[in-house]
Design a protein around this ligand. Structure first.
Ligand code: ZN
Length: 354
C-alpha cells in the first residue's frame, strides 16, 4: 500500500485564474472596472509563477491544466482521500475594500464551480477580504452553507497582528461554522516581511516568513483569542515547524515573568498552542535523520499538531513520492496523514470516511 493511501493533503495550490476567468463571477460594476482599468492578473501574492521555486521543472507542464492535472499528480498518484485547495490570489494586496470584497466573492465562487464541482475529493479554503471585517464575516456565512469549504484562509502577514480585537468577529464566525483559520505563508505587504525593513532578496523574504508566523502565534495567544473563542483552531500552512518549540519556550519563559499583564492567560502559552495550533509538514525544515526528528517531536510535545501537506506544485520536496518528511516514524506518519487532518477539519471528517 502506498504510504499516502487515504491521506488528506492539507495544502494544494490550484492554478490561479487570470482576471478574465473571474469576470463571469464578478458583479457587473466590478467586471467592468477590471476591464476598464486593464487589471489582468493578481498572481503576485507569494509565488510568482516564473520563479523557479514556484514549481519543479517536471511539474511545470501540469500548471494550467486545471483539476485534471492537479488530481492526476496528487489525489490519483498517491491514493489520497481528499485535498484542500488554498488559492493564493492577491486579494489581500488590494487597498480598495469594495474591490477586495468583490474579488474574494468571485474567487470563492470560481473555486466552487471550476474545481470543487469537478472532483468530489477536493475541498477548499474560503478566501476572506480582511480589508472589511463585516464583509469577511458575511463571506464566511455565505460559503459555510457549502460543506466543501473547510477552512478560512488568510496570509501570514497582514495590516495588524491577528490577535487584535477588531478581527475577532472573523475568527468567531470561523469557529461558529467549525472552520479552522488557515494562516498561509505570504504577505499583504503592508509592512516589510522583516522587522528591520525591506530585504533585498527572495531567499530573505522566504526565510523571514517564519518570523511573521511567530508574531501571529504570540499575538493570538497573548491577546486571549483562544480564551474568547475556545473552539478556534489555527493551522499554520507552509510555516516550517522547527522554529515553534524554541519560540514557545521563550514566550512561556517571559509569560511566567510578566503574566500579570495578561491575567486571562492562566496557563502556559505552550499548552495553549498544543491545544489550538496545527502546522502543515511542507516544508518540513528539519534534518532527515530519525533521531533529530524524534527530538523535535519531544520538544513539540504533541503528535496531534502536524498535518500532512505536499504544497503541490511548489518546489518543496525532491524525488517522485511520497512527499513525507524523512525521519518520521510510521506510526506518526499514519497520524499526520489521516487522523490529524480529520480531527482538525471537522467539516471534512463528516464527509470523508477515515
Ligand atoms: Zn502552500
Amino acid at each position: 500500500m502506498h504510504p499516502l493511501t487515504g491521506a488528506v493533503d492539507c495544502d494544494l495550490h490550484p492554478d490561479l485564474p487570470p482576471v478574465a476567468a473571474l469576470l463571469p463571477y464578478l458583479e457587473g460594476h466590478w467586471a467592468d472596472a477590471m476591464v476598464e482599468r486593464g487589471i489582468e492578473s493578481l498572481e503576485t501574492a507569494s509565488y510568482p509563477p516564473n520563479v523557479p521555486l514556484a514549481a519543479r521543472p517536471d511539474r511545470r507542464p501540469l500548471l494550467g491544466t486545471g483539476v485534471a492535472g492537479l488530481a492526476g499528480a496528487t489525489l490519483d498518484a498517491w491514493g489520497l482521500s481528499a485535498g484542500i485547495l488554498n488559492p493564493l490570489l492577491g486579494v489581500h494586496l488590494v487597498f480598495n475594500q469594495d474591490m477586495a470584497v468583490a474579488l474574494a466573492r468571485a474567487l470563492n465562487e470560481w473555486i466552487a464551480r471550476e474545481w470543487l464541482d469537478r472532483d468530489a475529493r477536493l475541498r477548499a479554503s474560503i478566501v476572506v477580504p480582511l480589508q472589511s471585517v463585516p464583509d469577511a464575516v458575511e463571506e464566511i456565512e455565505r460559503r459555510a452553507a457549502d460543506p466543501r469549504f473547510v477552512q478560512v484562509l488568510v496570509p501570514a502577514m497582514w495590516e495588524v497582528p491577528y490577535g487584535r480585537r477588531s478581527l475577532w468577529p472573523v475568527w468567531e464566525a470561523a469557529a461558529r461554522h467549525r472552520l479552522p483559520v488557515g494562516i498561509h505563508a505570504g504577505s499583504a505587504y503592508r509592512h516589510p516581511p522583516t522587522s528591520l525593513g525591506w530585504p533585498s532578496y527572495y531567499a530573505e523574504d522566504y526565510a523571514a516568513q517564519s518570523l511573521g508566523f511567530q508574531s501571529q502565534v504570540g499575538s493570538l495567544i497573548t491577546e486571549g483569542v483562544f480564551q474568547q473563542i475556545p473552539d478556534l483552531t489555527v493551522v499554520l500552512i507552509e510555516s516550517g515547524v522547527t522554529w515553534l518549540p524554541s519560540y514557545l519556550w521563550r514566550l512561556a519563559k517571559f509569560w511566567r515573568g510578566v503574566r500579570s499583564e495578561v491575567p486571562w492567560l492562566a496557563e502556559s502559552p505552550a499548552a495553549v498552542a498544543r491545544r489550538h495550533i496545527r502546522l502543515t509538514t511542507a516544508p518540513f525544515d528539519a534534518p532527515e535523520d530519525a533521531d533529530t526528528v524524534g527530538r523535535l517531536m519531544d520538544q513539540l510535545g504533541s503528535e496531534e499538531m502536524l498535518l500532512f501537506a505536499s504544497d503541490w506544485p511548489h518546489w518543496q520536496w525532491d524525488g517522485a513520492a511520497p512527499p513525507l518528511p524523512a525521519g518520521i516514524p510510521p506510526a506518526l506518519a499514519a497520524k499526520l496523514t489521516r487522523a490529524n487532518p480529520r480531527s482538525t477539519y471537522p467539516r471534512l471528517a463528516a464527509e470523508v470516511p477515515a
